[in-house]
Design a protein around this ligand. Sequence first.
Ligand SMILES: Cc1ncc(COP(=O)(O)O)c(C=O)c1O
Length: 406
Amino acid sequence: MKTINTINTQVEVMPLNSMLNHDNGIYGRYGGAYVPPVLAKPLERLSDSFDSIVKTDKFQRELIHYLKTYAGRPSPLYYARRLSDHVGSIIYLKREDLNHTGAHKINNTIGQILVAKHMGAREIIAETGAGQHGVATATAAALMGIPCKVFMGAIDVKRQELNVKRMKLLGAEVIPTEQGSKTLKDAVDAALGYYIEHPSSYYLLGSQVGPHPYPRMVGYFQSVIGQEARAQILNAEGRLPQCAFACVGGGSNAIGLFSGFLDDAEVALYGAEGGGNATPENTAATLSMGKPAVFQGTYSYCLVDEEGNPVESHSIAAGLDYPGISPQHANLKDTGRASYYPVTDAEAIEGYKLLSRLEGIIPAIESSHAIALACRILKGKGSLAIINLSGRGDKDAERDFEQFGI
Ligand SMILES: Cc1ncc(COP(=O)(O)O)c(C=O)c1O
């Protein structure tokens, strides 16, 4: 067993300037902006505004101020002793679940709301799956006093009821989408449709997906996770981890953690995809089972049928239930820098139970996929690892997991 009285994971919230890469929205053969002409200009304006504002000291000061005093950063890096003993490795949890509003999503919404404010936005629109991004956007919009509309698939409205109540309480209008599978993909379609009709609105996208500049902006604002985690593990252990794990929906919390270690070839990066029930008809494992295609404004992997048309995804976790994926993760997969594995619904519920009972931490069902994958890969290895705990499980506590024996 590890001695814990010497663990020091203290770090300051640092300016994110060094985390800005100049990818211009292209990641190997992936990325870009495949949008109707009406959106080309607003997206170009967004990209230019982001580039000019983000480098200023004033912006960095404001960002740090809100991340620190409002969101509660830095989030702790916690040594999970009982989980470590159970698995036979040395496991730390990056506690994004402890952020204000309960997930990593607030890192991105605080960053983007400051960009929106700078651009003089009069209305914020957003999509949401699990409701965490919707809550984080409604929160940031309330903070800045800007009206907010959140599009959400009708199925997700039912399975994440608590978050719908929270968004309404925060003053946002929640607009259920009855199209398609009534999940995240359809919420993105509805938000994009509204944006096409109202290009003066600020579309605050919640994951590392969609057309340029969203993957770049979202990746940048989430890189605070990896920047902190790297400094924290060096303080605590005096060395880098051998592995880093995160769940992958659109890919924002995973890129946030990975970006702290991308240049450290010795750190293996693992993404846990929503594997559904492990059949091609019932999965959200886009990188494991999809093909490259243009989808919702970007070129990346996508779950497609035999004709190459996007198909519906299925995952127990609303936040992972999406047939697309970040173009940066597509490139990390192709280059072999990161590995992605499906985790089934049943395995995720095992992870959910395990962390609750071993550590007294109820994880979001999304994050539980990362716990399950880490347990599978780290079993008996004695490796030093970080798992990104992307969110807390309050929103899932009332769900009926009985069919799986919970
Ligand atoms: C707690 C939590 N984790 C993970 C995700 C997946 O999103 P991403 O892949 O963008 O991190 C979500 C999405 O709603 C979420 O709420």
